[in-house]
Design a protein around this ligand. Structure first.
Ligand SMILES: Nc1ncnc2c1ncn2[C@@H]1O[C@H](COP(=O)(O)OP(=O)(O)OP(=O)(O)O)[C@@H](O)[C@H]1O
Ligand SMILES: [Mg+2]
Length: 320
């Protein structure tokens, strides 16, 4: 698989008026986005997602490190630029323009014109479902409509790479689903997508690979399957006596769901499955089934970011 976006030890320090006011927004970031995949770029507020995106677009310059796009280190070369579509965070457009006018303006920046531009505008409006609203003023657009025009703008030059900074923020569930389907469709057409987001379920649903950032440092990355790989098991069991459930709880198993003596027990990561089954057996429980328990991306995120934050507190409390 070939990488269309690569960063190596990418570092960005925003300089303040004094050294004490410098902000280390990104530290030694090494990531890859492969051709034809959706890469979900996650992290809490202020963790450096937009900074990464701006660096990749050449809107700001790195303090250190390397970037390559389509194998090219000159990331602002016309060949690279033409092949990247970008949806900025909270895409704002002048209120007094019409949706179609925005697209005509951006098209002209790409050097598109005449019948060619008109045809492409028709196409992208159709793709994002904005054909009917094309002649309305942006002022009268809802948040979702603005976001769709933003996406249409990102798609104008039919780029192979899409970099989308929070594409579904502020959208209602139906619009969210529509945009999600559109992103999957674009991926299936062979495009490569880097998407920053706070919507963990959404990212879990559409991403092939994910990276989690905290305070400018990549905490983990991998395929969705690697990250959510089962670290725990659940045991589905039947308890003859009601007190058995309380007893297995005291022995370290967590009952998640129990109906009329039938109970789902979560085996903690720290306990072996064998020991857990022994506990059930010793309380005369009948084992119905055992299944690996996949984590949700939200659980992984909270665990990874939580332990990074804790590690940091520890360093601050005990400086060397
Ligand atoms: N132009 C700037 N000058 C100084 N500091 C900045 C600048 N832009 C961003 N920062 C700081 O860099 C850090 C990373 O910000 P960034 O916008 O990249 O985060 P983010 O992950 O996109 O956050 P959010 O989820 O809120 O969009 C933050 O501490 C932010 O305050
Ligand atoms: Mg951001």
């Amino acid at each position: 698989m070939s990488a269309v976006i690569e960063t190596h030890d990418l570092t960005k320090v925003y300089k303040g008026i004094s050294k004490a006011q410098d902000v280390s927004a990104l530290t030694n970031l090494t990531i890859e986005v492969n051709e034809g995949e959706i890469f979900g770029y996650l992290g809490p507020n202020g963790s450096g997602k937009t900074t990464t995106i701006k660096l990749l677009l050449g809107l700001i310059f790195p303090t250190a490190g390397l970037m390559k796009i389509m194998g090219e280190s000159n990331i602002t070369s016309p060949m690279v630029r033409k092949n990247i579509g970008y949806l900025p965070e909270g895409a704002y457009y002048p209120d007094f323009l019409r949706g179609e006018e925005i697209l005509r303006y951006y098209g002209s920046l790409y050097g598109m014109k005449g019948a060619n531009l008109k045809r492409r505008i028709d196409e992208v409006l159709e793709i994002v479902g904005m054909t009917r609203a094309r002649n309305r003023l942006i002022r009268g657009y809802s948040k979702g409509m603005r976001q769709r025009i933003g996406l249409a703008q990102a798609l104008l030059s039919d780029p192979g790479i899409l970099i989308l900074d929070e594409p579904t923020t502020g959208l209602d569930p139906v619009a969210r689903k529509e945009i999600r389907d559109l992103l999957i469709q674009l991926r299936d057409q062979g495009k490569s997508l880097l998407i920053s987001s706070h919507e963990l379920l959404e990212v879990e649903l559409i991403s092939d690979r994910v990276g989690i950032l905290f305070e400018g440092v990549l905490q983990t990355s991998g395929t969705i399957n690697e990250l959510l790989a089962s670290r725990e098991f659940t045991i589905n069991a039947e308890a003859a006596a009601p007190e058995a459930i309380q007893q297995v709880r005291e022995a370290g198993l967590s009952p998640e769901d129990s109906v009329a003596g039938s109970v789902v027990l979560r085996v903690p990561e720290t306990m072996s499955l064998y020991d857990a089954l022994e506990i059930c057996k010793s309380r005369n429980m009948k084992i119905v089934s055992v299944a690996p328990r996949r984590e949700t991306l939200e659980e992984v995120f909270v665990r990874v970011v939580g332990s990074a934050a804790k590690g940091k507190e520890h360093i601050e409390e005990n400086p060397k």
